[in-house]
Design a protein around this ligand. Structure first.
Ligand SMILES: Nc1ncnc2c1ncn2[C@@H]1O[C@H](COP(=O)(O)OP(=O)(O)OP(=O)(O)O)[C@@H](O)[C@H]1O
Length: 569
């Protein structure tokens, strides 16, 4: 991980920042950026002229010259009329542009996160922790802070150019002294503080994400934790997560304290420096008092420009941490299909279904689950997969889906759109009952009557009225029993009517009567089944049985023979 502001860091930064400015929105984005730069010039010009006029007002007063005083005051008021709206508009454009940038980046990351099911693979990669936080928090910080610094640096450069002339005309020595002073300060700040602060900020983001994840986990598993009476263990776990946040933040506070000492020491000396250096010229009558005020202002502005890194080091370190986290996520998303696993099991799409010499391993390649499996499922046949817990039944389904590719051999199967998977744990989306039924599609080709009919078919005639109709949005996973959720999942399957239904213990929570009802519907509409299950009652819906056993052994037989064999389920 890179915590230094070196070339590599800036390359990574550029890689994250660049795409938006070359995207379909580039014209609008660049126009806003140009406007922002223009407003920055106006605002900086306003600051120079306003400084000069303030000096003039003071000099007019000291000289007791009424017309000089009046002219300077009127000019000052005129400047305010132009300058103040420019400053406000400047902020408005900056916030707006960063919001658009954030929208674009969020969409871009989200699309790639969901594309090719990268979210599934990323979950098993420890380097890319908490992609949720990277997509929400880090993108927000990155877009806001990048523009903030861009404007700040631009303002600094403009003010440097404008004020350095003014200060140079007052005192060469003062100008040179200030430049040297700021350079030495920046060097010390970068070497001593920057690297440590960026690292601590990076860890802070990580720890905050872990704490938030723990709290969300508690919310998601509230019932299980309450039934186990696991509150004290959970509370301890959450507090431990918070302690890590606390400890790292304490380190951050200490470093910020040291930085603040350093910043303030440098800063306060600059308040008195111009007066000390120019005092002899003022006392000897060479300079007016107004010039001292002008030089103080110019000195302050130049100091602001030159000490940008020193003064903004905390923010810069936070930006560096977010940029690094986004860079890592970006890289993982770009390589999600090849980064984590070697693609070894071949998948071929066809109307046939067969498996040839399959060796299936866990994604970390540490354990062989199935060795040399070959089978054919005829177009009018169904397959029941059975075997002891943990032998690899669900993993075989993952390989068929293309989620796990670790191993060897070839799987020939129809396109994914023609296959419908019901996973072991029913998945209830956050949405209405209608969306629940239509999932994973969002557009409905079905009217209310058809949706209610399918609910009836899966023996859930009551849930629509019980929970406020098809459009009511509630936490379905909390209000429906496991068996009801499994029946709702079947309703989805009946609506979609795929060529193949892949059922991973999809009726495990149902009584035999309900299970029979659902399987009979599937048989009636002639969907090919690949089921994982333990009950002998399932045998009659499948023509073949694949039994997996320990030490990656397997046997395949016709279901009627399996029924008679001595190790039937
Ligand atoms: N992401 C993973 N990384 C490494 N190993 C895994 C992963 N997921 C599962 N495994 C391991 O793979 C083996 C097979 O798991 P699988 O879920 O296929 O078992 P199963 O036969 O379906 O069991 P059950 O009947 O209990 O659902 C298990 O030993 C499990 O620990």
């Amino acid at each position: 991980m890179n915590y230094q502001f070196n070339t590599q860091f800036w390359q990574q930064f550029g890689l994250i920042a660049k795409p938006y400015w070359f995207s379909g929105e580039k014209r609008k984005a660049r126009r806003s950026l140009l406007l922002l730069i223009f407003l920055s010039i106006i605002s900086s010009g306003f600051l120079v002229l306003e400084t000069l006029q303030r000096g003039e007002i003071l000099s007019g007063l000291a000289e007791q010259n009424y017309s000089r005083f009046l002219q300077a005051t009127l000019l000052f008021l005129g400047l305010i009329l132009i300058g103040v709206p420019s400053l406000a508009f400047n902020n408005y454009i900056q916030s707006n542009l960063s919001l658009h940038w954030r929208r674009w980046m969020t969409r871009n990351f989200l699309e790639r996160y969901l594309d090719h099911q990268a979210f599934y693979h990323l979950n098993t990669n420890s380097e890319v922790d908490h992609p949720d936080q990277r997509i929400s928090e880090d993108i927000r910080a990155f877009t806001q802070q990048s523009l903030y610094f861009l404007v700040l640096i631009f303002n600094a450069v403009v003010q440097l150019i404008l004020f350095i002339g003014l200060l140079w005309s007052i005192s060469h020595f003062l100008t040179l002294f200030l430049v040297l002073y700021a350079l030495v300060g920046t060097l010390i700040a970068t070497v001593v503080f920057a690297r440590n602060l960026a690292k601590i900020n990076y860890v802070q983001l990580q720890k905050e994400a872990e704490l938030r994840y723990g709290l969300v986990h508690l919310q998601d598993h509230a019932e299980a934790i309450a039934l186990y009476q696991g509150q004290s263990q959970t509370s301890q776990g959450l507090y431990n997560r918070f302690l890590q946040v606390y400890q790292n933040f304490s380190r951050l506070i200490k470093w910020e304290f040291n930085l603040s000492l350093f910043q303030n020491s440098l800063q306060y000396i600059t308040f008195i420096l111009p007066v000390i250096i120019l005092a002899p010229s003022l006392l000897s009558g060479q300079l007016e008092i107004g010039v001292i005020a002008q030089s103080e202002s110019a000195f302050g502005r130049i100091w602001f420009a030159l000490s940008l890194i020193i003064n903004e080091l905390e923010q810069l370190s936070a930006l560096a941490a977010s940029a690094t986290r986004l860079f890592i996520l970006n890289q993982a998303l770009n390589n999600s299909d090849k980064l984590f696993y070697k693609q070894t099991i071949k998948i071929q799409e066809s109307q046939q279904f067969n498996i040839e010499n399959l060796i299936l391993k866990t994604p970390d390649y540490q354990k062989i689950l199935i060795q040399n499996l070959s089978l054919i499922i005829q177009s009018n046949e169904s397959l029941l997969i059975t075997g002891a817990s943990g032998v690899g039944k669900s993993s075989l389904l993952r390989a068929i889906a293309g989620l796990w590719t670790s191993g060897e051999g070839k799987i020939t199967r129809p396109q994914r759109e023609q296959m419908f998977f019901l996973p072991q744990r029913p998945y209830m989306i956050l949405g209405s009952l209608r969306q629940q039924l239509l999932y994973p599609h969002s557009e409905s080709h079905y009217n209310d009557e058809q949706l209610l009919h399918v609910l009836n078919q899966v023996n859930l005639p009551h849930i629509s009225t019980q929970f406020g109709g098809l459009n009511s949005v509630i936490k379905w996973s909390q209000v429906l029993s496991l068996g009801e959720q499994q029946r709702l999942a079947f309703a989805r399957l009946l609506l979609h009517q795929p060529q193949y239904a892949i059922l991973d213990e999809a009726t495990s929570a149902l009584d035999e009567e309900n299970e029979e009802l659902l399987y009979q519907y599937l048989q009636k509409i002639e969907i090919n089944l690949i089921s994982v299950g333990h009950r002998s009652t399932l045998l009659k819906y499948h023509q073949q049985v694949l039994e997996l056993s320990e030490n990656f052994n397997w046997r395949l037989m016709a279901s009627q023979n399996y029924y008679c064999s001595d190790s039937n389920p």
